[in-house]
Design a protein around this ligand. Structure first.
Ligand code: SF4
Length: 243
């Protein structure tokens, strides 16, 4: 009866450039083997009987058995290899998941009331501010911290803070910026969509400068009277020039 040598399910062979190795994944041990020994084991794993392999080193076979790496069988048994870690297809899929930008709506309240800006209009505006519909449950600061750290894990480097008018929630705004800047994330860009009406406050201006924030200011008109007609509030455009 022909004899077959097979490695155990948790034992794998790996061919290297200079030498090869046997991995005992169960015990976490690695054994260095020669190219000749690797080729021999490759043939065994293919189901070629020992009798048909040239120049079998039986001392090597015996060492493998003594080290709990394999067994000799009187038949061509099929050994299903154990799978460790994340399957290749799944790990490839995770590598492809990334987040380019994260929009953080810290409030839907606004101190203006622009005629075209209605909560029930859910049309997404990529620039400028917008009163988004209010929901019964808003996102807490703790939840934002978690969301931001998960976004960073996904490679997000572009954070956009939107409202309503974000500076109405200045204290929360600062906390959100702190979460984003935590871990000294280089090349992270923070942009704020604002109507600009609260930028006459030196503290806010200094904070913007010190934290390297980009502003995207919505200016609807270059005439104060016309602006008032649209926004239903007095807006003094000269403020923007002070920046
Ligand atoms: S300033 Fe912006 S958020 Fe406020 S009402 Fe006008 S468009 Fe809407």
């Amino acid at each position: 009866m022909k004899k077959y040598f097979k490695l155990h399910p948790y034992v794998k062979i790996v061919d290297g450039v200079k030498c090869s190795a046997i991995y005992n994944l169960f015990k976490g041990k690695v054994f260095s083997i020669t190219k000749k020994e690797f080729d021999f084991l490759k043939e065994c794993e293919k189901g070629i009987p020992l009798e048909e392999i040239q120049n079998v080193d039986y001392e090597f076979v015996s060492d493998l058995k003594n080290n709990g790496l394999g067994l000799t069988y009187e038949g061509n048994v099929v050994i299903n290899k154990e799978i460790y870690g994340v399957p290749k297809a799944v790990s490839k899929m995770f590598k492809q998941v990334s987040l380019d930008k994260l929009f953080i709506e810290i409030t839907n309240k606004c101190n203006l009331n622009c005629k075209f800006c209605k909560e029930d209009n859910i049309l997404f505006r990529k620039t400028g501010c917008k009163k988004w519909p209010s929901y019964s449950q808003s996102i807490s600061l703790d939840e934002w911290e978690k969301i931001i750290s998960e976004a960073k894990i996904l490679g997000c480097k572009n954070f956009i803070i939107i409202g309503g008018e974000p500076f109405l929630e200045y204290e929360n705004f600062k906390k959100i910026v702190t979460y984003i800047r935590k871990d000294n994330t280089e090349n992270t860009k923070i942009t704020v969509f604002t109507n600009g009406t609260l930028l006459d406050n030196n503290e806010i201006i200094n904070y913007i400068k010190n934290n390297n924030l980009n502003l995207c200011i919505q200016i609807l008109e270059n005439n104060d009277t016309k602006y008032e007609k649209i926004s239903e509030k007095k807006v003094f455009l000269v403020k923007f020039i002070m920046l």
